[in-house]
Design a protein around this ligand. Structure first.
Ligand SMILES: [Zn+2]
Length: 325
């Protein structure tokens, strides 16, 4: 479905792009739509994600592991469960386990695909420890305690925003709540495809004008933290699917304007906000690299840019460590 007919003329890059100017980006926009769950946990050390780390250093060949399971500290078979990255606030871990393995994170089941792919994430305010229980197809269950690395967050001041975008009126609040409920429902989607396992590309290339996790002060008032990545691109820039996925939502929302959400499987979703045009329809499958729409300045913005956010179910994670370069 198309969210807009005419393509707006090219516009200058967001003012926040200029040195010393306030960062662009719907401050809190995405944050408002993606409240951090109290128990949300995230991960996210960029460097850590560049390598393929393993659970408790147990990265071994699957065949070897199956033939001769290595005892863990508690005497249970370790199996071969590995992932890219280390647990940290805002992080998304993409891993592999022997097919048939069952996983729970803090008591919550984590889907393991037919090929053994799995994924889980930690929120911006994740607590310092998570408990992963591994139940291999054969043998005893094993409990791993994961240290979740804390991160420092920037503070971002934005001023001169229209009052209704900082303090919406009653009717606007009603619309915002309805949209939030819809997003919450969509974020419970748990598709069996493991498209996320192939990794992610940039949806568009440009200067980063807003980062994940920053505290937002709007017109002097503290608001929800920014839970996405802002890429300053002129209006009309093609926005590409960063991984293969299915369109979960393509519509105009109060804070994020024209918004496209893709489902990449196992609860992993990407959100693309402030588009000037949406060139996809709900239910449509997009291949990695396919254009989903054009960038713009719709919704709560200080200038044209793409707000790119990533979720693992209701947990907003930091897309940056997953992107090249
Ligand atoms: Zn943003």
């Amino acid at each position: 479905m198309s969210g807009g007919g005419a393509m707006p003329p090219p516009a200058p890059v967001a003012s926040d792009g200029a040195p010393g100017a306030p960062p662009s980006g719907p401050s809190g926009h995405a944050s408002c739509l993606s409240p951090v769950a109290p128990r949300a946990r995230l991960l996210g050390r960029r460097a850590a994600l560049l390598g393929f780390a393993s659970l408790a250093g147990c990265a071994r060949d699957a065949g070897t592991a199956a033939a001769a399971p290595e005892p863990a500290q508690d005497g249970a078979p370790a199996g071969t469960v590995s992932w890219r990255g280390e647990p940290a606030q805002g992080g998304l871990l993409i891993g592999h386990a022997p097919p048939g393995t069952r996983l729970t994170l803090d008591g919550r089941p984590v889907r393991v695909g037919a090929d053994g792919s799995f994924v889980f994430g930690f929120g911006r305010d994740a607590v310092p420890e998570a408990v992963l229980v591994i139940r291999p197809p054969r043998g005893a269950a094993e409990t791993r305690r994961l240290a979740v690395a804390p991160r420092q967050w920037q503070e971002q001041h934005l001023s001169g925003l229209p009052g209704r975008m900082v303090t919406p009126n009653a009717a606007e609040l009603e619309r915002i709540r309805a949209e939030q409920a819809k997003l919450n429902a969509l974020r419970r989607t748990d598709s069996p495809e493991a498209w996320f396992a192939a990794g992610f590309d940039w949806p568009a290339r440009g200067r980063i004008s807003g980062v994940y996790g920053s505290r937002r002060i709007l017109n002097g008032q503290p608001r929800a933290p920014h839970l996405g990545l802002d890429v300053a691109v002129p209006v009309g820039t093609p926005i590409q699917a960063s991984a293969t996925g299915r369109v979960l939502l393509a519509e105009d929302l109060y804070f994020t304007g024209n918004t496209v959400i893709l489902d990449h499987g196992h609860g992993v979703g990407t959100l693309h906000a402030h588009l000037s045009r949406m060139d996809c329809a709900v239910g449509q499958r997009l291949e990695r690299g396919e254009t989903l729409g054009l960038s713009g300045a719709t919704g709560r913005v200080t200038g044209p840019h793409l707000h790119f956010a990533m979720n693992w179910f209701g947990t907003a994670v930091d897309p940056r460590p997953l992107l090249p370069g």
